[in-house]
Design a protein around this ligand. Structure first.
Ligand code: PEP
Ligand code: MG
Length: 403
């Protein structure tokens, strides 16, 4: 972590898990540099500008000087974000937007304080599993989750149960190779087919939370029956622990991730069963557009800021509002200021994002007047444009909103 200064790859896409982990570690990544290997030799000096997606190979004196100056500027900008830490995340017209952290490594937890987040909106539990050569047992997992909760203190942590498979293969889980891994045997599907594995994880979560709050979220739920089956496993672990150790978590909340479009037509039945819903836009959009999130050729093809996406999100907000179910969006789009601007305009009041995004998104929120944003964003969903990104950017510039 100390030595890697940047990652440049010939493939890749911004919502791939490699990019997500690099973002969490604040390591710049540049992908889709297709001619990388023909232009770069061992030992070459490289300058990587992740912000502007530029790589300088064997840069001259002048470029190096200019680069140093812009690094200084970036540093200053970061310092100004750090100063926002203790300021509330409210719009100019006084509406509070809860900002939460996406985490997956213990080291991410330090950003809860330093970034001024309200809690962890998505704890990706699979990351410690990916870093091991064997499946961690109940004790080892209990230790990890307890440490996470210790570090979070009073702030809530939403633990997502294992989401492996897809682009997150576990070396020791011998699965057949799926032709379409993202749509294959992954996440809750593995958990329900291998209930011992999911039960061990749930047991560890319940144990680590005894006497504390426990928030659990199931990924890739495609039908209500899957949620019910997962919930039953959790309930049996709760009962088992209460009987054996006599201590239960206080304040248990159980939620689902909305990542599979089929769930959109089951919300009326699903929501009464939930304590909260979280939209995993990375997966939801790849399935919505039938566009692989890890395929570099597809990464610019469809825009998250497009009318169908805004329309879908507005409808989920409306349904959750009717059922009084708290809603968060925890995909990568929550951490990009222009996207976050659209999201708050649509009605989101809770967003969860990678640590480096907290400052820029809070700065956007504090410079926006929500009533104006809402009025501007609402009709955008009815347009036929490929994207409304340029319009939103212009709106932000005209209204002095920091993006
Ligand atoms: C998502 O799909 O948006 C999400 C948050 O989960 P992950 O990126 O880990 O698949
Ligand atoms: Mg996902």
């Amino acid at each position: 972590r100390k030595r890697v200064k940047g990652v440049v790859i010939s493939g890749g896409s911004p919502t791939s898990h490699m990019a997500i982990i690099a973002r969490a570690l604040d390591i710049p990544v540049l992908g889709r540099v297709t001619d990388l290997l023909t232009n770069v030799e061992d030992g070459d000096r490289l300058l990587l500008d992740g912000q502007n997606a530029q790589l300088f190979v064997r840069p001259g004196e002048e470029v190096r000087g200019a680069f140093k100056a812009s690094m200084k500027l970036l540093q200053r900008k970061r310092e100004s974000f750090a100063q926002l830490r203790d300021l509330p995340s409210v719009t100019r017209d006084g509406v509070e937007i809860s900002l939460k952290l996406n985490a997956g490594l213990l080291i991410d937890m330090q950003h809860l304080e330093s970034g001024g987040a309200d809690g962890v909106g998505l704890y990706r539990t699979e990351i410690p599993f990916m870093a091991r050569s064997a499946f961690p047992g109940v004790e080892e997992q209990t230790e990890i989750y307890s440490k996470v909760l210790d570090q979070a203190g009073d702030k809530p942590v939403v633990f997502r149960t294992l989401d492996v498979g897809g682009d997150k293969a576990l070396p020791y889980l011998h699965a057949d190779t799926d032709d379409n891994p993202a749509m294959g045997w992954r996440a809750i599907r593995i958990g329900l087919d291998r209930p011992a594995m999911l039960r061990q994880q749930l047991r560890a979560l319940v144990r680590s939370a005894k006497g504390r709050a426990l928030h659990v979220m199931f990924p890739m739920i495609s039908e209500v029956a899957e949620f019910d089956a997962a919930r039953r496993l959790l309930d049996s672990e709760l009962a088992r622990e209460a009987k054996q150790n006599g201590k239960s978590p206080v304040d248990l909340r159980v939620g689902a991730m909305l990542e599979v479009p089929a769930l959109l037509w089951q919300l009326e039945n699903l929501l009464p069963r939930l304590d909260f819903l979280s939209i995993g836009s990375n997966d939801l959009l790849q399935f919505l557009f039938a566009s692989d999130r890890g395929n570099p050729r597809m990464s610019d093809r469809y825009d998250s800021l497009s009318p169908p996406v805004l329309s879908l999100l507005a409808s989920v907000i409306e349904t959750c509002g009717r059922h009084d179910i708290p809603l968060t969006l925890c995909g990568e789009m929550a951490g990009r200021p222009v996207e976050a601007l659209a999201l708050i305009g649509l009605g989101f009041r809770s967003l969860s994002m990678a640590p480096p995004a907290l400052g820029p998104v809070k700065s956007m929120i504090r410079s926006a007047t929500l009533a104006e944003v809402t009025e501007y964003v609402s009709p955008l969903k009815n347009l036929s444009d490929h994207s409304v990104r340029t319009k939103l950017r212009a709106f932000a510039v005209d209204h002095g909103i920091s993006i």
